[in-house]
Design a protein. Structure first.
Length: 260
């Protein structure tokens, strides 16, 4: 369970995903309640939907130190900076799940503004980051500040900010270098475009691979536990357990049928 959960601004638009069905609308109130009080508060989480794709940029704040990390600053830097200022926290790091424009288009500008390092994704997404300018021209996004991650990530790595440590899982399929960040203490995963509430990431991009995506879910994410809440790259949060029951693409019953 999370100490506090907030959504900055509107969080009502369904993502623009041409081939994937629209996830359910996001709940407007707090996602977590405190049936069981937490013994300690580690991290506050704020979703900041950014870009016309309403990508779930996420501000993670270490409760003890008020130091923060931003996951996937796709754009709308002023909005992200506004939330950092509003909460009065100190940005320490930027983490990236993958190299798509809507997730990392604002990383270079945010890193320059706050003089913080960029960590992630896995180096197999370097070819995506190299074409950020071309991606933005194609979608009519503002010209992104070029960047190169200060640290590439791999399976088994950890990243940290304040007193918080997140585990890194390499989860290829949507892109070859996609990573997922997991807080064991919070039972919370930031999964980018691997999994959505009621859907999964597209695999029709260059070097996308559906079998890899399914393997990532089965072998990396499901073993973390049904109780894990995940923040997807777009749309509302859910839990792995909920998706294993009801996701039309990767529910256990669906995968069992497709394996026969
Ligand atoms: Zn993506
Ligand atoms: Zn995305």
């Amino acid at each position: 369970m999370i100490a506090a959960w907030k959504t900055a601004g509107d969080f009502t638009e369904a993502p623009t995903r041409p081939t994937a069905p629209s996830p359910r609308r996001a709940p407007s109130g707090p996602i977590y309640n405190s049936e069981k009080p937490r013994p300690r508060y580690l991290m506050n989480v704020t979703l900041i939907p950014v870009t016309p794709f309403q990508q779930n940029c996420t501000l993670l704040v270490c409760d003890a130190t008020r130091r923060a990390a931003v996951v996937d600053p796709g754009g709308d830097i002023d909005r992200i900076a506004g939330e950092i200022e509003r909460q009065g926290v100190t940005l320490e790091k930027i983490f990236l799940t993958h190299g798509h424009l809507d997730h990392c288009g604002g990383a270079g500008a945010l890193a320059a503004k706050y003089h913080v390092p960029i960590e992630g994704p896995h180096p197999d997404d370097a070819f995506w980051i190299d074409q950020l300018q071309a991606q933005s021209a194609r979608f009519g996004f503002p010209e992104p500040e070029p960047f190169s991650p200060d640290r590439w990530l791999g399976d088994g790595d950890t990243v940290s900010f304040g007193n918080v440590t997140l585990e890194v899982f390499h989860c290829p399929g949507h892109t070859p270098g996609h990573v997922v960040f997991f807080s064991k203490d919070e039972r919370l995963a930031s999964v980018g475009d691997v999994l959505f509430a009621g859907s999964i990431g597209r695999t029709d991009f260059p070097r996308g691979n559906h079998a890899d995506l399914i393997a990532s879910l089965r072998n990396k994410l499901w073993p973390l536990g049904d109780d894990v809440t995940f923040i997807p790259g777009h749309g509302p949060v859910s839990t792995f357990g909920q998706e294993r029951q009801t996701n039309p693409y990767v529910a256990d019953s669906v995968l069992a049928r497709s394996a026969v």
